[in-house]
Design a protein around this ligand. Structure first.
Ligand SMILES: [Zn+2]
Length: 265
């Protein structure tokens, strides 16, 4: 029997994603840089703030964030940890409804406003249609989250971003997957006058064939689908009931478990 290890699409071990909050107009500059270097990100928006001064306009959202992910950040960006739970529910569903009507797809991701949450809020998220949520802080590691509702990024872009990226780019001779996850707010680049930092970062990664570039929900969907693979008792067969092709390293060889199919290993 050969050891089986999960890989990202195309058999890759490394993945990069970004997450930027609040939907300020400086997202326009950030998206321009990301698109230039083909880096994908998730943008967490508060629909109550759209069209206000210094925030993006609802009319531009669909095009501006095209190819990236739009995620929920609650309707009005309150500190939700000690609010009545009913109000937290309204904050999340109202934001989802508004964002979905603008972007035309189902909004399933979230980041906690001010990083505030409680065990009760976390336990409610699946029933509110939320499939992952990002907390604040930096893990300074490249691990896949154990719990997608308490997803911590590798680092904020002000936490030694280029050093973290350089370390991430070292060859991985082990069997683990590595995820570099960067978070922040685009207005911080404006305030600190350092859009060049994110551009340098993107340049380091640009068209690297060893990296899978994905939005947050693409990663969550892929990992969840991989956990739902059905293996035969002797591990000579795998059935993939999901709608995503899943890549595996089987004894050193990359194989693709095609969506909806049975594969003999
Ligand atoms: Zn925020």
């Amino acid at each position: 029997m050969q050891n089986i290890h999960l890989r990202f699409p195309k058999g890759l071990k490394k993945c990069v994603t970004l997450s930027y909050d609040d939907g300020k107009v400086y997202d326009r500059d950030l998206v321009e840089i990301l698109n230039k270097y083909k880096i994908k990100a998730t943008f967490c928006l508060n629909s109550k703030n759209l069209d206000k001064d210094t925030y993006v306009k609802s009319s531009e959202i669909k095009e501006l964030y095209g190819g990236h992910e739009i995620a929920c950040h609650t309707y009005s960006h309150p500190y939700i940890e000690n609010m009545p739970i009913g109000q937290v529910i309204l904050e999340i569903l109202e934001d989802r409804k508004n964002l979905e009507s603008i972007c035309g797809y189902i909004v399933r991701g979230m980041s906690y406003p001010y990083g505030s949450y409680s065990d009760e809020i976390v336990s409610l998220l699946p029933s509110l249609g939320i499939e992952y949520s990002r907390i604040v802080g930096s893990s300074f590691n490249y691990d896949i989250p154990q719990d997608f509702y308490l997803w911590k990024a590798t680092c904020h872009h002000n936490d030694n971003l280029l050093e973290n990226a350089k370390r991430f780019l070292l060859p991985n001779h082990k069997d683990n997957l590595e995820l570099l996850y960067v978070w922040g707010h685009s207005y911080e680049f404006y305030n600190d006058n350092n859009f060049n930092l994110i551009e340098e970062f993107c340049k380091m990664l640009y068209e690297n064939p060893d990296i899978y570039f994905a939005t947050n929900i693409e990663i969550a969907d892929y990992i969840k689908a991989s956990k739902n693979l059905k293996f035969s008792a002797d591990f000579s067969m795998v059935y993939n009931p999901s709608n995503l092709d899943i890549y595996l390293d089987v004894g050193g060889k990359i194989v693709k478990a095609e969506k909806g199919k049975l594969l003999r290993l």
